[in-house]
Ligand binder design. Structure first.
Ligand code: GDP
Length: 329
């Protein structure tokens, strides 16, 4: 990618989208196209078509999605499948119609079967039943992956799909009804610490294992994949037998209990952790096999402890700003 190439980051205000913008800007890319939801509704085909006709980006990072944690997925399955399917259909199709050079679609490790052998290889896709708590979301993501593959085969496009592990980092969603586990535990522990609570509830049994990747590392991997030289990219996107997906992770997982204990240490919460077994555990383990990405030459830089520390610092700054704004209103 030339530094002046026009790059569209769809979903630039979200966790991974905002990390992509930071990474691209840090590398010197100056021609980013960023549209807020109010300016461009990606679920509206006519809107998306007009956008691509007018802007003609050469590269597209498709990070826009309706996302949420385990409870939001269970509460709003219709929105999760409908909006994500529409976004994928509109953006992938119009990107092809307008002749973009490359597109990177952001999927999720939840596309893999609930009981896929661990660590999960890319070829585990569609080999078994999905985890029911996020099946509508996962199916929308799988349809998008299949679209990338189908367009590559039929039209010779260079559409690639990255499957990130559970992401965390700045700009995350801290709304407890919709958030993923890292922001949820940060917020609950922070509140418990400052309100003098002696215990704090963690959902589920604490036994599920998850792999967490800082959004800055994930963004770095996405830019790396988008910038692969043709001789490395083409074998991935022109293969009729192998789906054009690449897992993006750090290669290590831990239990939710271990994550909660680590966060308690970082936040400075000294109370007791209790586990609410009435809440769903979700899939028992999600650890990605990252050999494909490693063989291409990428590796993560941010350790979990370091990443959680900086994320908690950002959360405290955000809280301080909110309190300051409330005092001055
Ligand atoms: P998942 O990876 O799709 O299951 O997404 P989540 O990040 O929502 O949940 C990961 C795991 O953390 C699940 O086993 C949850 O039950 C567990 N968990 C524990 N406490 C919380 C919490 O407060 N919020 C969320 N979202 N998950 C929690």
């Amino acid at each position: 990618m030339n530094l002046d190439a026009k790059i569209y980051v769809a979903g630039h205000t979200g966790l991974i989208g905002s990390a992509l913008v930071r990474r691209l800007q840090a590398l010197g890319y100056q021609n980013l196209v960023l549209k807020k939801h109010t300016e461009l509704d990606l679920t509206d085909q006519a809107n998306v078509r007009q956008f691509f006709t007018e802007e003609h980006p050469r590269y597209v990072f498709l990070a826009a999605a309706q996302v949420g944690g385990i409870l939001a997925n269970s509460a709003f399955p219709a929105e999760f499948i409908q909006e994500n399917l529409q976004i994928a259909i509109n953006v992938i199709h119009e990107a092809h119609e307008s002749g973009v050079d490359r597109l990177l679609f952001l999927g999720s490790s939840c596309v893999y079967p609930k009981h896929a052998p661990q660590p999960i290889q890319e070829n585990a896709l569609l080999t078994g039943p999905l985890e029911p708590t996020n099946r509508p979301y996962a199916l929308a993501k799988i349809a998008a992956i299949e679209m990338c593959w189908a367009y590559n085969r039929q039209y010779g496009t260079r559409f690639l799909a990255g499957m990130p592990a559970n992401l965390y980092g700045p700009n995350d969603n801290y709304d407890l009804d919709a958030s993923h586990v890292v922001p949820a535990l940060i917020r609950k522990m922070h509140d418990a610490k400052f309100s003098g609570q002696t215990d704090m509830v963690v959902w589920g049994t604490g036994q599920p294992r998850r792999e967490f990747l800082h959004s800055d590392d994930a963004a770095d991997a996405c830019v790396f994949l988008m910038s692969l030289p043709d001789e490395k990219l083409l074998p991935i996107v022109t293969n009729d037998q192998i789906c054009p997906i690449v897992n993006i992770g750090c290669g290590e997982d831990l239990t939710i209990r271990e994550l909660a204990e680590l966060l308690a240490e970082i936040v400075g919460f000294n109370g007791v952790l209790s586990f609410d077994h009435s809440k769903p555990d979700g899939t028992p383990q999600k650890l990605l096999d990252i050999s494909r990405l490693s063989e291409l030459g990428w590796k993560p830089r941010i350790s979990l402890r370091e990443g959680l520390l900086s994320t908690y610092r950002e959360y405290c700054q955000r809280m301080a700003l909110t309190a300051f704004a409330a005092r001055n209103n």
